[in-house]
Write a new protein. Sequence first.
Lengths: 518, 518
Amino acid sequence: MQMNRLWGIFFMAYDAINASYFYMSSDTPCYDSLCHKNREISLISKTAGILSWDQETYMPKGGISYRAKQLSWLSGKVHELRTSDSFRKALEGAEEESGNSIYTANLRELRHQYNRATKLPQCLVEKNSEATSLGKAAWSEAREKSDFSIFAPHLTELLAIAREKAELWGYDDEPYDALLADYERGAKTSEVVSIFDEVSDELATTAQAACEKSLSTPADLLQGHYPISDQQILNREIVEEMGFSFDYGRIDTTAHPFCTTLGPKDIRLTTRYLEDNFTSSLFGILHEAGHGLYEQGLPADQNGLPVGNAVSLGIHESQSRLWENHVGRSRAFWEKWLPRAQEIFPHLNKLNLDTFLSAINRAEKSYIRVESDEATYDLHILLRFGLEREMLNGKIQVKDVPAAWNERFEHLMGMTPPDDAHGCLQDIHWSMGGLGYFSTYTLGNFNAAQLYQHTQKDAEIAAACAKAQYTPLLEWLQKNIHAKGSSLLPQDLMRAATGEATNARHHLEHLKRRFLEA
Amino acid sequence: MQMNRLWGIFFMAYDAINASYFYMSSDTPCYDSLCHKNREISLISKTAGILSWDQETYMPKGGISYRAKQLSWLSGKVHELRTSDSFRKALEGAEEESGNSIYTANLRELRHQYNRATKLPQCLVEKNSEATSLGKAAWSEAREKSDFSIFAPHLTELLAIAREKAELWGYDDEPYDALLADYERGAKTSEVVSIFDEVSDELATTAQAACEKSLSTPADLLQGHYPISDQQILNREIVEEMGFSFDYGRIDTTAHPFCTTLGPKDIRLTTRYLEDNFTSSLFGILHEAGHGLYEQGLPADQNGLPVGNAVSLGIHESQSRLWENHVGRSRAFWEKWLPRAQEIFPHLNKLNLDTFLSAINRAEKSYIRVESDEATYDLHILLRFGLEREMLNGKIQVKDVPAAWNERFEHLMGMTPPDDAHGCLQDIHWSMGGLGYFSTYTLGNFNAAQLYQHTQKDAEIAAACAKAQYTPLLEWLQKNIHAKGSSLLPQDLMRAATGEATNARHHLEHLKRRFLEA
């Protein structure tokens, strides 16, 4: 059957839906029109999401250049609609009308997004595009050859563009503020610094102590043969029991795990499989399912509007890390799931629960962030956060980045990367212009610990978690985090949910309990 | 990792590509502008193709309603651009310019498409949309319950709309002409009738004789256990050796096999698997790979323009049937591939080549078209083609369709469908408004035989085919069919390639050789 011709027929069938999709009411005509426009923009963005998801999962390699053109067209359409006169007029009109708190939150975010989108001139957008395109290719080659000099001129250019964007967007204290706002709405760099500073020394000493304590646990306890199809069975059972709906989502395989939302009821998770250790795919999918549960719990009636979106990466990462680490690496969880894992992988029968827990919670210093354990992970982030700020503030030159990275890594970890591929070249983010992103990983860890500890004060939730029953926990998260969408800024959300803004001590206490007291 | 946020970065990276994608030259500015516009339309259509492919392969069921909205938006955008004033002006301007034969062919097709797109008023498009939407649901229920009365009022409405469309589009002899033009450019119903009429009696007697001869071949010769993963190994090896590039395509699993083009270097094939008979998925994928080779061989420089597209379903189907039947069911093919199949499925060792060939070329009358063999297939098409024409011409009323179907089926096959689910309700096409489509299946069979027989006059191609080496055959098809795209209308293409227009006798002779002389 030749589908392209038959779609001609399908196409006509969809026109009526199109005609009736967006409605208008009369109390707040400008707001309604604005919502209509933004839902259209969101629909186009999610269409691009489908193309990108396919590109990461199934697309044959020959498809790349045409796919880039399609994504380019969609991004151009999004930009055109977002910065159009009619969008601005609807926004201005809506700001003259009045509505409830959801209305207000949507307007707050739409104004913020509009201002940012229109502050960048087209020539800068194009320059940025070319620089990231060339930057990614150069980074890829530089990492492969472990030769920073290949990437250095591109990083210089990307930094200059990032500073220019920051100047155009504006900031209170330092350029990082302006970039951070892409990922962590309402956060100031100085606040992040102060949260980090309070615990950074203790994080380092805790990591050091955790690594020393783990020396008695052999590194290869879990080594074995785990057929991928069997891993998929276990992963799916667990993720389903967590509450992730496979009617509204699925799991695929990629080189780098991620979660993406292709529609309000279509959330895709991905993971990768090591045949010699099943925990890589499992903790990967627990992490992504944490993101996925958040996306599945966003307020449906606000779909396509800011309030219908996740509020920040620091909150998003709190959900993934809560399920991956606080739930997924806990004793109660494995009291339930280790017997099932042993059924599927019989050679795990040689391990008792204590040994298994020490194996999955083993700390060891390592060069690569994405392979690091819970105890040492934040040290990687702190290093990069500090370096990024200084690069943006002009306090450190690009040519000095490798030496600075290695020196700080030696200071934090007591060992020096053997080459730049294991040092400052390891992550893709800078080459994509993703400056300001990294700090949200550690904010997420802090928020995760704070939220999880807070829920454990509720006797019903705590009792259920102790039996590895997570419905009450999920319901609490749905009510207090997921269903809020972006109605509250991240720190207001944390205060409303837990009674305090992000407080790193909960994470520190968790690490001490897990790694030093166990 | 949360991809939705990171795509913000990707998005910016694509803007520069966007800006430089379409170029202008100065000799034929209107034509260049027209091509630019049409490439944009094609890009959006192929984007919808990705969404539809995902819907058929991987989308969780909850995704359906939002996906429909996305497809609706894309179809609205396509319709808007296709019928815009600026498109019309570019078209009219280009018609004042002059160029080579490719230029002329593109203009011929663009004018044809524009005229058809603009002849349908929006209200009819919407009525059609609603009718097919309701029609598909009603058909699905009607087939499940085998109750034609559920579908009858919808078919009445769909017929009325089809007639209205035909009147608006215009035709020379009868409404079927106007509908057929969606699938078979340049064909007139009377020509199809005359091609069919010449051989219809002989097709029926040949099918009858083939079924009688096949009575000596047991129906269950190939029954066995064929693990899907092993079927996939064999299928991929064969399809790759045929010349289908997996750098530019892939195979996935769906309920109904199809081929779709997501980009010029991204052709997706699908098939379905029966665990008790490997030939279902294999012949399915040979068929779809035949479509796929055509798509992979279209002229790359004409991508996004009419000449860069396949010319008709009757030509498309000729490619799929040529590989499925003329190549894939031949003795030479299995001289090579049966030993390999026996390696993968050892229980096939019990069959020798002759027995195996009689099993895969076994004819038996059956009620369901998509399950029927090569010898009886066209009888199903002839029946439906005749009925459709009479329905469109008002010679038969909807309420009389089941009885007419059964009577004609009895006449053709000597047996009466036990219920309408095995009769006039078996196919989805009418419920989607797809009237005029069916005759192209048999045109495809005729063209396939004619093309294959013609190539066998070339000693080099014939010698290679006799050794199951298909590179010379593919190169001939690439040069004489694929690379032509839509530069010639189907019958001109057949004449240029084989020296005569579609001639059903080649197919008839092929069937006699295969089923009666073997």
